[in-house]
Design a protein around this ligand. Sequence first.
Ligand code: TMP
Length: 260
Amino acid sequence: MTRRRQIYEGKAKILYEGPEPGTIIQYFKDDATAFNAEKKGTINGKGVINNRISEYVFTRLSHIGIPTHFVRRLNMREQLVRQVEIVPVEVIVRNVAAGSICKRLGLEEGQPLPHTLIEYCYKDDALGDPLIAEEHISCFGWATQEEMQDISSMAIRINDFMCGLFSGIGIRLIDFKLEFGRLFDGDFSRIILADEISPDGCRLWDMETNEKLDKDRFRRDLGGEVEAYQEVARRLGLVQDQSANEVLDLDSHRKKREPK
Ligand code: TMP
């Protein structure tokens, strides 16, 4: 087998050149970071679970007409996606106050926001992904106003859909982060949803107990990260009760057998 060319290694994923031009393979790692990578760790099996959850959510979103980069899942940790030019803006959608907005504005965590808020951060690790206004985006040419129209309307539709999806399984969607990319067709490009949607980039609270089922377990040293991610996958029907561990075991088994 020929060795694939690595294009990029991020904090939670590695991107490899795909089998055909215009495609990329996204490999989901178990690495976890928080606070702009000041805190580093590993959540065993996270990559496998996030690959499945993201596949599921992107597929469901495509069914309601959201264009996405997702093509198909290849194996436990990899998915084939369309190559896009990532818009260097992280789109944060918030329904309930939590995380950085609480610190910034002195809000109490868990307080529902008067209406859904969209915030933007400039995607630049060296700067710590600073919060920006929409004005900065057009001023510095990170995206056009037309592209921002598409991005914000998609973000709202995605939020509506995901709130329903998660409330159906007893989970409150507190907030989440999206990334978008430009898909080129000759000189023209259109905006599609990229990156991933998983408990790494969402806040998901159990509706009854307010238990956190997301990366805040790692950020805040609460423990039980793997169990929380597995619980989300289980409620989404992606693993049978009991078999979440088997999925992980299968993966390590496969790894052991792979020739070096
Ligand atoms: P925040 O409260 O830290 O600003 O995060 C808001 C949401 O965005 C939360 O669900 C986590 C997600 N997020 C990421 O996925 N990546 C990031 O780099 C940051 C800062 C937040």
